[in-house]
Design a protein around this ligand. Structure first.
Ligand code: ACO
Length: 433
């Protein structure tokens, strides 16, 4: 006797049927294990955009979109954002447990010791046009890490995987800050290992060799919270990209570069940049209705950036936390009267009261507020997605590591529903119409 739950699938068309297992996780919906459906019935399953397909099992992050719940390794995001800093969250995502004091000291020590990048990597930057988008540079430079840090290249080696994770977490702030400095023509700043992770990033972004730089602790905390809230989000598009790239055994830095490329799009990580671009285009509260009308028009591809989410259909728990941080930062900097921030707050109010947005459950997502916070911190708009990439790196690498060690792991190879021409003969050129 087995207590395995099963599902019967029958296909009337072909008069075939099969019995497949129904898998249960520790939380969340059950999943129908369709691996044998094709073998048993000859049919594939069809799910463009993977809206109802679990591509793997994972122990890292849990989301309940209806309840607005996000857990990293079982801990609610609200508690992590309140009680931990970003590096503690990194440790948690990578190792499954929060660190104790000595584990944390050791982890911080390892990350801090790897903040420098190979001097020759700086040469890559000069190969890019000065006005290159930071994400374009990031895809290239992070991918190029595979050429510098290739000790064993053996993804089955736990030591190599752990070292790759530390290197990526440690070097991303250095590389992202270099992207920023390159675009402005200011000198690259070497990391300062006496500073904590987020202060060091602020220093490399905003400091110059000419004068001392002192970060504002409220602003540093706000940025650290952005890092925590973006650290992982289970099988989103960029994480799935990293897993798919890594499923062939590819080098982790190249896989993370693939994740960065995917994150760049406006429907994903590019949204916080797109929010600001949209607000700047809107320019004034008097134009909000015009933009909302466009967003509702089925014949207009325009979407209100920073609204809606594939998974969160009631509220985005990260947006609630980011909204709080947004107001803290605006208060600290006395920016509540800034024209663009007033516009953003008015847009939020109007959209939340609008029937279309209520009915379609389109709420401001985390990127709506993170874009506003990053702007208030003085970070140029085109750097926003690069900062998202830096925060998400830990999630990508934790998920990549989990995939490599999963005994069920296979190279990712989706199927298709072919709708092209049926079998036909090649005609000689003279006989073609
Ligand atoms: N503005 C106007 N209408 C919208 C918006 C929006 N921002 N988002 C969704 N809709 C509409 C769709 O047109 C669709 O309408 P229909 O039912 O009449 O066809 C309906 O709401 C459902 O939308 P879908 O596109 O099916 O939702 P999906 O889950 O596929 O997409 C997505 C989610 C991509 C995030 C979408 O809401 C969007 O493009 N938002 C704007 C971009 C954005 O902010 N992205 C950030 C995501 S968060 C992140 O990456 C951290």
């Amino acid at each position: 006797m087995t207590d395995q739950k099963v599902v019967n699938i029958s296909i009337n068309e072909t008069d075939t049927s099969c019995e497949v297992p129904l898998l249960s996780g520790t939380m969340g919906p059950d999943a129908i294990d369709i691996r044998s459906v094709h073998k048993q019935t000859g049919a594939f399953t069809y799910d463009p955009g993977f809206t109802s397909t679990a591509s793997c099992s994972s122990k890292i992050t849990f989301i309940d979109g209806d309840k607005g719940m996000l857990l990293y390794r079982g801990y609610p995001i609200e508690q992590l954002a309140e009680k931990c800093d970003f590096l503690e969250v990194c440790y948690l995502l990578l190792n499954g447990e929060l660190p104790n004091g000595s584990e944390m000291r050791q982890f911080v020590g390892s990350v801090t010791n790897h903040t420098l990048i190979h001097e020759q990597m700086a040469d890559f930057f000069t190969g890019f046009r000065r006005d290159a988008h930071p994400m374009a540079i990031l895809v290239g430079v992070v991918g190029a890490m595979s050429a510098f840090y290739h000790d064993t290249m053996d993804v089955k080696s736990e030591g190599f995987r752990k070292l790759s994770a530390i290197r990526l977490i440690a070097k991303m702030p250095t590389i992202v800050a270099m992207c920023q400095k390159y675009s402005t023509g200011l000198p690259f700043m070497y990391p300062k290992n006496s500073l904590n992770y987020t202060d060091n990033f602020m220093y490399m972004m905003n400091g110059t060799p000419c004068e001392p730089y002192q970060a504002n602790p409220i602003l540093t905390r706000a940025l650290d919270r952005i890092f925590i809230l973006h650290a992982d989000h289970e099988q989103n598009a960029s994480t799935s990209t990293v897993r798919l790239a890594g499923s062939s055994g590819a080098n982790p830095y190249a896989c993370v570069a693939a994740g960065i490329a995917c994150l760049w799009g406006a429907a994903h990580g590019g949204a916080n940049e797109a929010v600001l671009v949209m607000l700047e285009e809107m320019g004034d509260v008097s134009r909000i209705n015009e933009f909302i009308t466009r967003a509702k028009d089925k014949n207009d591809p325009f979407k209100l950036m920073g609204f809606g989410h594939r998974v969160y259909k009631n509220f985005d728990p990260r947006a609630v936390l980011m909204r709080e941080t947004c107001h803290e930062v605006l208060n600290e900097l006395g920016l509540h009267d800034d024209k663009l921030f007033k516009l953003a707050m008015e847009l939020e109010r109007i959209a939340l009261e609008d029937e279309y947005f209520i009915e379609k459950k389109l709420y401001p997502n985390v990127d709506f507020y993170s874009g506003i916070v990053l702007r208030a911190l003085g970070i140029p708009t085109e750097m926003f997605t690069a900062i998202f990439a830096m925060s998400r790196t830990v999630g990508w690498i934790a998920q990549w590591d989990e995939m490599i060690t999963d005994p069920e792991q296979k190279i990712g190879r989706p199927r298709q529903l072919y709708k092209g021409a049926t079998l036909r003969e090649v005609q000689s050129i003279a006989n073609r119409k």
